[in-house]
Design a protein around this ligand. Structure first.
Ligand SMILES: *Cc1c(COP(=O)(O)O)cnc(C)c1O
Length: 458
């Protein structure tokens, strides 16, 4: 049969946007370990999570058995503003690399927030509104999640309080201003507005903050303010569920042309885009219907899968959140200033951690100068200016394509291009000026983080 000519962009029709999210946990034999109550070390019950999260989201978080969840119509309608996102055949990159590999990428940067995070932000804002809440609190590191959430909250008329890691607050004034334009209030973290923020400031005066600190502050603000709940843009099962829209669309687009990826690659911070992209493919793999090679790419400066421990840990620095079993560097690990802010979290989604531990996916780490080299190579031939986070996946996709060039294999590679990098031009500037360096923590550095792991016998 003659191969159908694959267009540069494969767009699904609006009618083909998924109407259900897929929950990969339903097909996992080894389920991700449950969240534990930090005081009793017993699995968190739904009621115990209600003070922190909206009820529907708690139900999604704890459901390991239902494979599909209906996407409410209001969310489907919002998705129509910027979805389906294109699946692009990287013809120009293939040509530049002179590789027989066929490269595809799913581009999630076509919305004002500039990343995939809007897919879950709109869902979380919807459930908060439906529960009759006044508003939500959250943290943001590089700013993409805060931006996405402020867009989602303004759509549903919810108040949005964002704790932004101080170093980003100062270095990324434009992201901050986008959030304020959508009506959010933005506080640099650690701040004096919460007890946990004051404590962290006392212990580490002059600290420029971390995601873990900002999470603690946002959780405190939510649980001490009437009518507010906390929302998180990555790591959690519910976020992977919402992000499955990426993988479902990618798979539907590929199926139209009879394309089957051999290798699927995504960057991994907390694991939400990768989890979402791979979900339907992993489902087939778990059910024994197909096989795929799946690669998580993380920064060498924050290597939770490749060098972390699979253990119960706190999700935040203030140790107020439930414990999650995950690959972690320890909640006290503060990664060096790295230009892929969205990949600096100390842990990894428990779902992905379990899949990785079960040998169902691989992980690799890359250094930031090589990531920016890939980003520039990609931008120059494919046109899109990629986010530094996304460029981790580009690096490994290019490396895999170059291996195919050596072996002559015509592999099909799919990677997630999670967002655009317009707000990361300081990082690009450093790279262009030759001032970017690579930092890889030593084993000793990592030991400090591991030493702070809670002692849990599970
Ligand atoms: C936040 C972010 C990531 C990393 O988060 P995951 O939850 O691991 O997907 C990757 N790319 C972009 C553009 C982001 O904004």
């Amino acid at each position: 049969m003659e191969e159908k000519k694959i267009p540069y962009k494969i767009y699904l029709d609006e009618k083909e946007i998924p109407t259900k999210w897929y929950n990969v946990r339903a097909d996992m034999k080894n389920k991700p370990a449950p969240l534990l109550n930090p005081a009793t070390l017993e699995p968190m019950k739904a009621e115990e999570l209600y003070p922190v999260f909206c009820e529907e989201l708690v139900a999604q978080e704890l459901n390991d058995t239902d494979a599909y969840f209906d996407i409410p119509e209001e969310i489907q309608n919002f998705y129509k503003m910027y979805r389906p996102s294109p699946l692009i055949r990287a013809y120009f990159l293939e040509k530049a690399l002179d590789t027989p590999a066929k490269i595809y990428y799913k581009f999630e940067g076509n919305n004002t927030s500039g990343s995939h995070k809007l897919n879950s932000a709109i869902a979380q804002a919807y459930y908060a509104k439906k529960q009759g809440l006044k508003g939500v609190t959250t943290e943001t590191g590089a700013g993409q999640w805060g931006t996405a959430l402020s867009m989602a909250c303004s759509y549903f008329g919810l108040d949005c309080k964002v704790y932004m890691v101080k170093v980003s607050y100062e270095q990324k004034p434009f992201r901050r201003e986008v959030m304020r334009t959508y009506g959010a209030s933005v506080t640099p973290s650690p701040s004096t507005s919460t007890a946990v923020g004051r404590k962290i400031l006392e212990e580490h005066p002059g600290t420029t903050g971390s995601l873990g600190c900002a999470i603690s502050e946002a959780v405190e603000a939510a649980t001490t303010t009437e009518g507010y709940r906390y929302v998180l843009g990555s790591v959690l099962n519910q976020v992977l569920l919402h992000q499955s829209v990426i993988g479902l669309e990618a798979k539907a687009a590929m199926d139209k042309f009879g394309i089957k990826p051999d290798v699927i690659i995504g960057c991994a911070g907390g694991g939400s885009n990768l989890g979402g992209l791979i979900s339907p493919f992993m489902g087939e793999k778990l059910r024994g219907e197909a096989d795929y090679r799946i690669i998580a790419v993380e920064p060498a400066s924050c290597p939770s899968l490749t060098r972390g421990k699979f253990a119960y840990d706190f999700c935040d620095t203030g140790m107020v959140c439930p414990l999650a079993k995950m690959y972690t560097l320890g909640s006290g690990f503060i990664p060096s200033a790295n230009h892929a802010g969205g990949l600096r979290y100390h842990g990894m989604s428990s779902t992905l951690s379990q899949l990785y531990d079960d040998g169902l996916m691989e992980a690799t780490s890359v250094e930031q100068t090589s990531v920016f080299a890939a980003a520039e190579q990609f931008a120059r031939v494919e046109g899109i200016l990629p986010a530094p986070e996304s460029s981790h996946a580009i690096r490994v996709a290019i490396d895999e394509a170059l291996k195919c060039k050596e072996t002559g294999e015509e592999k099909t590679i799919l990677f997630g291009l999670t967002g655009t990098g317009y707000f990361d031009m300081v990082a690009y500037q450093k790279y262009n000026d030759g001032e970017m360096s690579d930092y890889v923590p030593t084993d000793e550095d990592l030991e400090k983080g591991f030493a702070g792991l809670p002692k849990v016998d599970k």
